[in-house]
Design a protein around this ligand. Structure first.
Ligand SMILES: N[C@@H](CCC(=O)N[C@@H](CS)C(=O)NCC(=O)O)C(=O)O
Ligand SMILES: *[C@@H]1O[C@H](CO)[C@@H](O)[C@H](O)[C@H]1NC(C)=O
Length: 271
């Protein structure tokens, strides 16, 4: 790459981890500059960041005077620029993994009953509260003016979710939504996912391809959201969470990823 690209990341972000896996697989330490955008503190809502990515999401890549504003755009750019050739993405699988019904961020924040609400309360109120404070702070900056509808929408949506987490609104509807989200993930995990997975190695073959960066990050977040704390307790956590023996293809895929230096680098902790 002619000039050094800047990858905007956050340690606990699932999609930023997908881009980081790609970067670690395809480039050497020092080829890319990393800048942290603290999502817990809503730094992504700074008007200066919205200028880079109008959706205010991570990952974001700044390279050769351009901004790449989604996970797929970022990983595709990396794959195109890398000297190692890897299998490019299957658009169908990418669309599935990024669809709302399997959203890994919702997987982390959902709660299906009062016990789960209680267990996630600190995480939820911390994250949503940090975002709300940032939205309110940034929305009154002079540079925020052109983005008024951006801030209004997010203040309303994030504010409603925060109220729910704080126990200030009825939780019944969210319990139901959480059940259905959890079931969508369990269903995909036990069924359709298997049709994309190889018997061994990666979708990309012996080494991860572009799909694998997305799926590796998605699967790691799902492991974390069913309670896994490290690579070794993920399979039992899936089993407990989804109530069935974990398919051999998933066991093999999990092992393949978690042995790789890239995964070990990106995941000092599961998230
Ligand atoms: N479809 C987007 C989703 C990215 C996304 O949701 N990123 C999360 C972190 S994993 C984020 O930045 N959330 C901040 C926000 O939505 O305010 C992509 O593929 O890049
Ligand atoms: C923002 O997100 C929407 C919905 O996910 C997407 O269609 C659009 O392309 C995104 N815009 C940018 C600049 O990434």
């Amino acid at each position: 790459m002619s000039t050094k690209p800047i990858l905007y990341v956050f340690g606990a972000s699932v999609w930023s981890a997908a881009a980081e896996l790609a970067a670690a697989e395809l480039f050497s330490e020092g080829d890319i500059e990393y800048k942290t955008v603290n999502l817990m503190e809503g730094e992504n809502f700074a008007p200066s960041f919205i200028k880079k990515n109008p959706n205010a999401t991570l990952p974001t890549l700044e390279a050769e005077g351009q901004f790449y504003t989604s996970t797929l755009e970022v990983t595709s750019y990396f794959v195109k620029k890398a000297s190692t050739k890897v299998k490019s993405a299957n658009p169908e699988l990418i669309e599935i993994l990024h669809a709302d019904n399997l959203d890994p961020n919702t997987a982390l924040l959902l709660f299906r009953d009062d016990d789960e609400h209680k267990a996630k309360s600190e995480l939820g109120t911390g994250f949503l509260g940090g975002r709300q404070a940032a939205l309110e702070k940034y929305s009154v900056h002079p540079e925020a003016e052109p983005h008024k509808s951006f801030y209004d929408e997010r203040i309303a949506a994030n504010g409603a979710f925060l109220k729910l987490y704080q126990g200030k609104s009825s939780k019944d509807e969210f319990f139901a939504k959480s059940h259905s989200h959890f079931n969508n993930i369990a269903t995909f995990f036990k069924g359709p996912l298997l049709s994309y997975l190889p018997e061994s190695g990666f979708i990309g073959g012996k080494i991860p391809g572009e799909d694998d960066y997305h799926l590796g990050a998605w699967l790691t977040r799902i492991a974390a959201s069913v309670g896994a704390k490290n690579k070794d307790d993920a399979i039992p956590a899936f089993e407990k969470g989804f109530g069935e023996r974990v398919p051999a293809k998933i066991v093999s895929y999990w092992k393949a990823w978690t042995e790789r230096p890239s995964w070990i680098k990106v995941y000092p902790e599961l998230h």
